[in-house]
Ligand binder design. Structure first.
Ligand code: HEC
Ligand code: HEC
Ligand code: HEC
Ligand code: HEC
Length: 183
């Protein structure tokens, strides 16, 4: 009698277990999917946070504003310049003027505080670099800075000597770097 009952219960138990495993599997897939989708890529692959959530992708990419409109001195002086907030407000007095990030621009402007942008591209100290010579040779910004117009936050890098030498070799530029680039 009991033996018969056990036999009858066997398939039901197996069915219950399969269902449990199915749900656990489904939950696992959802949790993993959620983590991968919302968490892992930004954490692994994003540049430094900036005081104003400025996006090169929006400005240089989607809105197609020329690099030199903002970095006006890149072809003329050793310092390309980060635009002052006056330049941002030139547009943002009208464009999304009430956006909280734009309110920060007003705050910096009204208090005459230079925006504390974080520098992301570095050269070793004592290396001399001048944009002018390079821009005149029609070397695209992207050759050195990467696809800036696709990035919300810039991923910088610390340039190494090999980076300069490789291109100088390829383009037949001055290789006497110890004299030309070090001061
Ligand atoms: C030539 C015009 C122009 C200039 C100059 C400009 N912006 Fe913008 N900005 C825009 C436009 C257009 C948008 C898109 C607005 C929209 O989404 O409707 C935008 C969007 C934004 C946003 C919204 C967030 C986002 O990523 O969508 C922020 C923040 C911002 N700009 C910050 C700045 C800062 C900081 C500066 C100065 C360094 C600046 N902008 C200079 C035109 C400009
Ligand atoms: C609307 C103005 C604007 C435009 C257009 C723009 N930039 Fe910028 N750029 C900024 C601001 C503001 C910063 C400082 C904040 C940051 O690093 O995101 C910056 C920072 C940078 C830096 C990092 C400097 C450092 O080491 O801190 C590089 C490199 C750069 N821009 C290159 C470019 C290139 C290349 C283009 C064109 C494809 C471009 N920018 C277009 C406003 C602009
Ligand atoms: C041959 C390589 C090269 C090219 C081409 C180049 N850059 Fe740079 N850029 C550099 C290096 C190296 C630095 C770091 C300089 C330093 O720290 O003194 C830099 C720094 C910058 C900075 C930050 C300056 C600062 O004050 O912190 C900006 C902005 C910038 N570049 C914009 C541009 C723009 C815009 C273009 C194109 C018009 C461009 N660069 C083309 C190599 C290059
Ligand atoms: C993508 C190619 C490329 C890269 C990367 C590059 N350069 Fe150059 N560089 C050139 C070219 C081409 C010239 C020659 C320009 C001319 O003839 O006026 C040049 C010229 C120079 C000069 C002037 C040399 C002279 O004749 O007096 C200096 C200094 C210099 N580069 C430094 C650097 C440094 C430092 C780096 C690395 C941070 C660097 N360059 C990265 C292509 C490059």
């Amino acid at each position: 009698m009991t033996a018969l009952a056990d036999q009858k219960n066997e398939p039901r138990k197996a069915g219950k277990n399969a269902l449990l495993i199915f749900w656990m599997g489904l939950i696992f897939v959802f949790v993993a999917g959620f983590l991968i989708f919302f968490y892992i890529p930004p954490a692994a692959d994003i540049g430094a946070a900036q005081p104003i959530a400025f996006s090169h992708r929006v400005h240089a990419g989607i809105k197609n504003i020329q690099c030199q409109f903002c970095h006006s001195y890149v072809g003329r002086s050793s310092f390309p310049g980060i635009p002052p907030v006056e330049k941002c407000l030139y547009c943002h007095k009208y464009v999304i003027a009430n956006h909280p990030e734009i309110q920060k621009e007003h705050m910096y402007f009204n208090t005459k505080t230079p925006t504390p942008w974080k520098k992301v591209f570095y050269l070793p100290e004592h290396v001399f670099f001048n944009h002018q010579r390079h821009i005149k040779k029609d070397i695209a910004c992207q050759e050195c800075h990467g696809p800036v117009e696709t990035m919300d936050r810039l991923k910088g890098k610390k340039f190494k000597m090999g980076f300069c030498i490789t291109c100088h070799k390829a383009r037949g530029a001055n290789l006497d770097c110890w004299l030309a680039c070090h001061n």
